[in-house]
Design a protein around this ligand. Structure first.
Ligand code: G6P
Length: 369
């Protein structure tokens, strides 16, 4: 087993470190940065459908649902198609309104999640075109869908999803840009820019992984916390949700992810000197607003751990701890900002003596309702 773990203590850590590779594999052969072009053979046949789609509905569970939220941000921003993201389990029991002009994208690492499969069957019955984003080749979901795009993350063993998530986000980025290309909502010049940056993401992820030693020290400080709050805005919001999910899954610390601006409508009541607040505070469109959220937390003596853009000084002066990540366009932020949060959960869980790869009560794939 040690051999399978490639020298890492746990599969989860190995999989976290595989991300520069798995992200690259998920875009390989699909992007042509110099020409500002993308090719997704699975979707080619459905170009007209995408062009005329009234709506895209994303269905998924767990971490895959978080990837869906990133997808919503990306598809609406670049392809200008309205997107709804649904928990598969809720969607299937809500008598949803679906038309033949709707596209459903089902996201699933395993391709075997029962609720996601049932949501697909329902949408199919009602005439929607169904695409899949799956990691396991030949699994059930790719067989149920009309077409799809595989993620190439390789087998994921750790129950808490890491590299499958970033691979899903990579593929959703490709889909957003692909539909933008078909619909002409983004110029070729802009696509050249975006794809060139996308191609550099694996290198930036590698840089983000270098914060590991610092993260070990921060984990030491946080490991006995009973609660943890994660805040983000824009594309940083799903990152906050995913950060919180990861922490609760493997360390059993109660954690919640929130859109930063919603803090004042509830979670702020919980903030005291015992409450760590992890904030995605990178230099994006909402930077200034997030800074004021940090000030609100500090005014109540909360412990602020901020994920910041390399070279940031403003947040550094306010936060208790800062973790730097390389600068990237807001579109790519989730691919990079997720990395330190995965490492933080991992180290906290290890320090608490938890079974990181097989957390209690959780299953890698939930094939029952
Ligand atoms: C389980 C796993 C999660 C996963 C979720 C959805 O809860 O523990 O890691 O995100 O199922 O699984 P899927 O295979 O459909 O992505």
């Amino acid at each position: 087993e040690m051999l399978e773990k490639g020298g890492y203590d746990h599969f989860m850590l190995k999989e976290i470190y595989e991300q520069p590779r798995s992200i690259k594999d998920s875009m390989r052969g699909r992007i042509y940065p110099n020409e500002g072009k993308l090719q997704l053979s699975g979707l080619k046949q459905y170009e007209e459908k995408f062009k005329n789609a009234d709506r895209i509905i994303i269905v998924a569970c767990g971490t895959s649902w978080h990837a869906g939220l990133v997808g919503e941000y990306l598809i609406e921003e670049f392809a200008r198609v309205p997107v709804e993201v649904e928990y598969a389990s809720e969607f299937r029991y809500r008598n949803p309104i679906i038309s033949e002009k709707d596209i459903v994208i089902a996201i699933s690492q395993s391709g075997e999640t029962a609720d996601t499969m049932a949501a697909i069957e329902l949408a199919k019955e009602r005439g929607a075109t169904i695409f899949g984003i799956c990691n396991v080749v030949g699994s059930s979901i790719p067989r149920l869908t009309h077409a799809g795009v595989y993620t190439h993350a390789g087998p994921e063993i750790g129950v808490a999803s890491t590299k499958a998530f970033t691979a899903q986000v990579t593929v959703l980025t490709l889909i957003a840009f692909y539909v933008a290309q078909i619909k002409g909502t983004v110029t070729t010049g802009k696509l050249v820019e975006l794809l060139t940056e996308l191609e550099s993401i694996p290198t930036l992820v590698e840089k983000a992984l270098k914060a590991n030693d610092l993260i070990v020290k921060i984990a030491e400080e946080l490991k006995d916390s009973r609660n943890c709050l994660f805040l983000g805005r824009g594309s940083g919001f799903p990152v906050a949700l995913e950060g919180a999910l990861k922490l609760k899954e493997i360390s059993y610390i109660h954690a919640e992810g929130y859109p930063a601006a919603e803090m004042k409508h509830g979670p702020i009541a919980l903030i005291d000197a015992e409450m760590p607040v992890i904030v995605i505070a990178t230099k994006n469109s909402s930077y200034e607003k997030v800074i004021s959220n940090i000030q609100e937390v500090k005014a109540r003596k909360g412990i602020v751990i901020a994920i910041v853009t390399e070279g940031d000084t403003d947040v550094k002066n306010m936060a208790d701890y800062t973790i730097e990540i390389p600068h990237a366009d807001e579109a790519f932020l989730p691919l990079i900002a997720t990395i330190p949060l995965q490492l933080l959960s991992y180290h906290i869980a290890v320090m608490r003596g938890c079974n990181v790869d097989q957390p209690r009560n959780l299953a890698k794939s939930v094939t029952v309702e």
